[in-house]
Design a binder for this molecule. Structure first.
Ligand SMILES: [Zn+2]
Length: 156
């Protein structure tokens, strides 16, 4: 089922972890509106970046969220957040900088784990009242810092 011009429900609920561990990741019907909002906002992000987004995590059921140790208040459980990369458009840091400089009404934009070997990813969440909070979290400092910051270089 298509939720927006470029995003299908299937894409926003897919999880490799859920599949591997047999966890049900079907969203409840009451989150349909949130998932549609997420899909539409991701359309805007994709239009800004001019390349398809590779979504690694969208909706997470409470069971899946617990399994991966996600935050208790995670926007993923509300169907309002997604983690992604967009390699053709640049590194996660560059993509975050691009989104931060746009008019996209995100609630939180988090540059996550840029010091991992794979270069990390972008977490973006939406809400009715968009706060446009920008944060960084790295393996090197296990806490969220305000603003978009470089992570320490990964160990060789
Ligand atoms: Zn996330």
């Amino acid at each position: 089922m298509k939720l927006s011009a470029h995003f299908a429900l299937r894409t926003l609920i897919h999880s490799d972890t859920a599949r591997m561990r047999g966890i049900d990741n079907t969203p409840p019907l009451r989150l349909a509106k949130n998932l549609t909002l997420l899909a539409r906002r991701l359309d805007a992000v994709q239009a800004l970046l001019h390349h398809p987004l590779a979504i690694s995590s969208g909706f997470r059921s409470p069971a899946l969220n617990a399994e991966i140790g996600g935050s208790q208040t995670s926007g993923h459980m509300l169907g309002l957040a997604a983690d992604f990369t967009c390699q053709k458009s640049g590194s996660p840091f560059q993509v975050c900088r691009r989104i931060a400089g746009s008019k996209i009404p995100f609630d939180q934009l988090i540059y996550e784990f840029g010091d991992r070997q794979d270069g990390g990813w972008i977490h973006i969440s939406f809400a009715r009242r968009a706060r446009r909070r920008i944060m960084t979290v790295c393996l090197g400092h296990q806490r969220y810092r305000r603003g978009l910051r470089r992570c320490p270089k990964p160990a060789p």
